[in-house]
Design a protein around this ligand. Structure first.
Ligand code: RP5
Length: 165
């Protein structure tokens, strides 16, 4: 964990299919990161240790993805004042709405930045983490701006294709 600036924590390895999107986005932007599994409910001590170790090793920001009664982001936020980004995940019979409510409805005093449910949330969570780091990293800010421009160019290209099939 020594060089990671962002740590992506998942409640289970069954979340990897979605949370890998966050790792891919951070890798594309050149943000050093690490992916870990820790459960707020099944391994509370491991989760506590992970947060403490991440803080000591210089992690600036946490991304926490969990499904069901998703307390992971909140439990991490309870133990650090570094930014915590929560990604509610689908998979339960309630299709992620349970995780959304659990992640977004933090009590005043312990903030979690809650993203959208699923892959869009994992993608945006990584972008949001990069935006936080970019406040003190002009080269990363430039890469984020280029990424946003490439996205706009891609939409314009799709518009051209739809208009001229
Ligand atoms: C949550 O329970 C995890 O984040 C996962 O989304 C869900 C199911 O976990 P598994 O039973 O697949 O390990 O804590």
């Amino acid at each position: 964990m020594s060089t990671a600036k962002v740590i992506i924590v998942m409640g289970s390895d069954s979340d990897l299919g979605v949370m890998a999107v966050a790792a891919e986005t951070l890798a594309r932007l050149g943000v050093p990161h690490e992916v870990r599994v820790a459960s707020a409910h099944r391994s509370p001590d491991h989760t506590r240790r992970l947060v403490a170790e991440a803080e000591s090793s210089g992690v600036a920001c946490f991304i926490a993805g969990a499904g069901g009664a998703a307390h992971l982001a909140g439990v991490i936020a309870a133990q650090t004042t570094r930014p915590v980004i929560g990604v509610p995940l689908e998979g339960s019979p309630l299709h992620g709405v349970d995780a959304l409510y659990a992640t977004v409805q933090m009590p005043g005093g312990v903030p979690v930045a809650c993203m959208a449910i699923g892959k869009a949330g994992a993608h945006n969570g990584a972008l949001f983490a990069a935006e936080i780091l970019a406040l003190s990293d002009p080269a990363l800010a430039a890469r984020l701006a280029a990424d946003r421009q490439a996205q706009a160019t891609g939409v314009e290209e799709r518009d051209r294709r739809v208009r001229n099939p």
